[in-house]
Design a protein. Structure first.
Length: 318
């Protein structure tokens, strides 16, 4: 439910919400630091250089100036927070370990600017963050203690969960994040489907699945930005996003540690599901920091249907 402007709930800022929900002190510090970092990332998106950085990331993907700049902004915040013991960025090729002695420490896997190539066509992009207690990032997503994303769209919003529901905040004219709604839920099948990847590389099972979604009246909504595409399903409370296994790309495209696990945490917290077609995303044991996985994520019914089409395909092709 959305708070009515003017009601006291409407004025709750992010830090107060974390305290009201008795979120552990250092986790509150961490989430607020990440929210602060977003203000500098917004500025770099609006005014920064849209060019290439002349470097590439672990995946051999050309880094844009904005990828590198956003990553630097977040690294600085994480290093100075005093509550982070390790972090991994999409833009760096190894886990960075930090000294952290003061109380509970956390590890962060993040995508500093997901969809960065969409900035030059003025489409929405986002920052995706996965948080674990302690210093081990190579755990299943089930072990996350929090996840959040920051969506740089017509409005700048933060969606977070620490395991007690999914809550949305919007940046106001003073650049403060104030509560928009609590306990976002995905509870209805149908509505929209968001099919990533080249259709000509879809396997038969996935292609039949998409045909069944269209036959049942799902409307196609795909921006090419994972954060806005997932946000649309969360905020409408319905639908499914997929970036499936493709011919020649059995693991699809999206990265497990800092794209799929955090979004799976949020979507499951909202009552939805996230699967690689065979098992929950959050039960996948990471093998490497660059793991990818196919993904079907959204309302439970639509995800279960995807798994049935994939299982049927497996039964036929073996
Ligand atoms: P990133 O910009 O961090 O590399 O991620 C982009 C991802 C994700 O935002 C989106 O779902 C997917 O790329 C879109 O891929 P296609 O362009 O192949 O559809
Ligand atoms: Mn990404
Ligand atoms: Mn990225």
């Amino acid at each position: 439910m959305t708070s009515e402007p003017g009601s006291t709930k409407f004025q709750i800022d992010l830090r107060r919400h974390l305290r009201n929900n008795e979120v552990e002190r250092n986790l509150t510090i961490l989430i607020c630091e990440l929210a602060e970092a977003s203000k500098y990332i917004i500025n770099s998106i609006r005014t920064g250089d849209l060019g290439v950085a002349g470097t590439s990331n672990l995946y051999g993907e050309e880094q844009l100036e904005l990828d590198v700049l956003s990553d630097r902004i977040l690294q600085k915040r994480l290093k100075n927070s005093g509550v982070v013991s390790s972090f991994l960025s999409e833009e760096s090729s190894e886990v960075v370990y930090l000294a952290c002695e003061d109380g509970q420490c956390y590890s962060v896997a993040y995508d500093p600017l997901d969809g960065s190539s969409l900035v030059d066509v003025n489409l929405a992009v986002g920052t995706i963050i996965s948080i674990y207690a302690g210093s081990d990032l190579m755990q299943t997503g089930r072990k996350q203690v929090a996840a959040m994303y920051i969506l740089y769209g017509p409005r700048t919003t933060i969606v977070y969960s620490t395991g007690n529901g999914v809550h949305e905040f919007a940046m106001n004219q003073l650049m403060e994040y104030t509560l928009v709604q609590e306990n976002v839920t995905i509870d209805k099948a149908g509505g929209i489907y968001s099919p990533g990847g080249q259709r000509n590389l879809y396997t038969d099972g996935t292609r039949e699945y998409v045909l069944s979604l269209e036959a049942s009246g799902h409307k196609l909504r795909y921006s090419g930005g994972f954060v806005p595409d997932i946000n649309q399903i969360l905020m409408k409370g319905r639908g499914i996003f997929m970036y499936p296994h493709l011919k020649g790309h059995p693991n699809g495209k999206l990265r497990l540690l800092y794209e799929l696990n955090p979004m799976a945490f949020l979507v499951e917290q909202a009552g939805g599901a996230a699967s690689n077609g065979y098992m929950p995303i959050m039960d996948i044991k990471p093998q490497g920091i660059d793991d990818r996985a196919p993904v079907f994520i959204g309302c439970k019914e639509d995800v279960a249907m995807a798994e049935s089409f994939v299982a049927r395909e497996l039964a036929v092709t073996g």
